[in-house]
Design a protein around this ligand. Sequence first.
Ligand SMILES: [Zn+2]
Length: 341
Amino acid sequence: MSNLLADLLAERDYLLADGATGTNMMAMGLPPGQAPDLWNVDAPEKVTRLHESFIEVGSDIILTNTFGSNRHRLKLDKAEGRASEINEAGARIACRAREAAGRPVVVAGSMGPTGELIEPHGTMTREAAEDAFSEQAEALARGGVDVLWIETIFAFAELEAATTAAARTGLPVVSTMTFDTAGKTMMGDSPEKACEFIHGISPRLIAHGANCGAGPAMLVDTLCAFRRSALEDDVIVAKGNCGVPKTVDGAVVYSGDNATMARYARLARDAGARIIGGCCGTTPERLKAIADSLEGYVPGEIPDTAAIEAALGPIPRRAAKKGRQRRSRRAGPAAPDASQG
Ligand SMILES: [Zn+2]
């Protein structure tokens, strides 16, 4: 089956994804604690503007504003009965923004975690997770997305439920997991183990990789681990945060600048990533820095730890707390705002 993402991957060495959704929407006035997803219905013009600003700086792939639009996560906003409406609206907004681009832009339907742990680690059944992801995936497909993009996942059981549900639509599926706890997922799984798990998924994922997490240095380190375990033709995705979050005057800001993201992007290419964008804190300006740094860049050797740390600072291998503590449901697995950025 012909698919825009597959076609572009066949034509080009790399594709530029987009930047953050959640943190950029906060900068656009999203009240703290409110899900960005509701804007698909309540303020579609703002969602459109964010998509357009990423397309303007060169995004080949834009992610829908539906990261938290599964019925479990929507419960936080008492909108659990509106999953189909919100997902379909998000897909249509992104598709309209793409139509105005004048060049091929892939619309990827974002699907984030439910916020619950699946049995035996938590109380959610595998069926309940799969049902919720099916509802979301079907609505995104109806809205016209080219691919389903499962992101910020930290548990294999949830990844399996999401990929199973997504694949049932017949669309290609991308997944990115978050490795933010000393180089592993919150559940303690390494990138190598993730690769092994992902290679067992059928039908095969069109691309997979890492997003969000504990800053660009750890993300590039994760990519290097992926590269060692990946199959030759695996398409690896990098969507790292723009540095690490810190609170300044009550607002969350990200420590990275344009130069950080330019260095991160080149190292991600060196590590073999073919789809590169940014997660939390990545504004359109930062994404342009990524785009510029990749233009005409010829990838070098896979970077070693010294090269990564020289460019991006220390890899916080032991900085994260031990154990599997759960973050707040709103925050998700990674940052103050894990809404795919
Ligand atoms: Zn993020």
